[in-house]
Design a protein around this ligand. Structure first.
Ligand code: ATP
Ligand code: MG
Length: 257
C-alpha cells in the first residue's frame, strides 16, 4: 500500500474551489445498465451542479464507461432516470443530447485516423451549420498545434495530440456539459499534465465537466466532487478533497493509481 496522501494538492494542480451550491445541471437517479445477463451498473445516483467538475473514479471494469454511455445516450439504460437541465432525457439518443449541449469524449478517443484534423473537428460540429467555422476557429486558438496540423491525417498525430483532438472535437459542439472518459489513458506523464491543464481551463470557462478516471488521485485533486464506483455501484461520494483525505478511499483506490 502506498503512503496516504491526505488531501495534499498534487504539484502543478490547481487547488479545487469550494463546492458550488445550486441546481444540478444533470441528475442521475437509480441508473441500471445491463449487457444481457451482466448487470454492469446497479442503482447508481449522482448529481452534477452547473459549472462543477465532478469525477467518477474506480477500478477497471467498475462500470464507469457504462454510466457515461448511458448518460450521453450511447446506450439505453435498463432502469433509472437521467435529467439534463431539468428535462427527462433518459430515452434521448446521443445526437439529440449533443444538440442539447451534452457531449462526450469517448474512451480510447475514437478519432477518425484517415480523415484530416480539420475534418475530425467538422464532424464534432455536424449540427452547427453556419456557426461551425467560428467554433472551429475558437478551438484552433485554444489548441494551436491542431491548427498547425489541420491538414494532416489525424492518425499521424501523437497520442497526446490525438487526445487533444478528441477533446477539441467535442468542444466544437460548444457543450454545456462535457463528459470525458479516461482522457489520460496511455499518455506520458508530461502529456497527462497537459490534459489536466486543458480540463481545468474548460471548467474555468464555465463548462460543467464529468471526468471518468482510473487515475483517482489526480482526478480527485482536480475535481469539486467525487464518486467512487465499485462493481457497478457508488460506494463513496463527497467533496473531492474529503475523498482524497478518506482513508477507506485511499486504501481501496488511491494506492493503486
Ligand atoms: N459491451 C459489453 N458487453 C458485455 N459486458 C460488458 C460490455 N461493456 C462492458 N461490459 C462489462 O460491464 C462491466 C463494466 O464495464 P465498464 O466498461 O463500464 O467499466 P469501466 O469502469 O469503464 O472499466 P475500465 O476502467 O476498464 O474502462 C464490466 O464487467 C465489463 O466487462
Ligand atoms: Mg471505461
Amino acid at each position: 500500500m502506498s503512503e496516504p496522501i491526505a488531501g495534499e494538492p498534487i504539484a502543478g494542480q490547481p487547488i479545487p474551489s469550494e463546492p458550488i451550491a445550486g441546481q444540478p445541471i444533470l441528475s442521475v437517479e437509480n441508473l441500471s445498465v445491463s449487457y444481457g445477463r451482466v448487470d454492469a451498473v446497479r442503482n447508481v445516483s449522482f448529481e452534477v451542479p452547473a459549472g462543477a467538475l465532478v469525477t467518477l473514479v474506480g477500478a477497471n471494469g467498475a462500470g464507469k464507461t457504462s454510466i457515461l454511455n448511458a448518460v450521453s445516450g450511447l446506450l439505453r439504460p435498463r432502469g433509472g432516470v437521467i435529467r439534463f437541465k431539468g428535462e427527462d432525457v433518459t430515452r434521448d439518443p446521443a445526437h439529440k443530447l449533443v444538440k442539447a449541449g451534452l457531449v462526450q469524449v469517448p474512451e480510447g478517443r475514437e478519432i477518425l485516423g484517415t480523415l484530416s484534423v480539420a475534418e475530425n473537428l467538422s464532424l464534432g460540429g455536424w449540427h452547427r451549420g453556419s456557426t461551425l467555422a467560428a467554433s472551429v476557429a475558437r478551438v484552433y486558438e485554444r489548441f494551436p498545434v491542431l491548427h498547425e496540423r489541420r491538414k494532416l491525417q489525424a492518425g499521424a498525430l501523437s497520442g497526446g495530440e490525438q487526445q487533444m483532438l478528441a477533446i477539441a472535437r467535442a468542444l466544437v459542439a460548444e457543450p454545456e456539459v462535457l463528459l470525458l472518459d479516461e482522457p489520460s489513458m496511455g499518455l506520458a506523464p508530461k502529456i497527462v499534465d497537459e490534459v489536466f491543464a486543458v480540463i481545468a481551463e474548460i471548467r474555468a470557462g464555465g463548462t460543467t465537466v464529468i471526468l471518468v478516471e482510473q487515475n483517482a488521485r489526480r482526478a480527485l485533486a482536480a475535481a469539486d466532487y467525487g464518486y467512487v464506483v465499485e462493481t457497478g455501484a457508488i460506494t463513496h461520494s463527497g467533496p473531492a478533497r474529503e475523498l482524497l483525505a478518506d482513508e477507506r478511499v485511499i486504501e481501496a483506490y488511491l494506492g493503486i493509481s
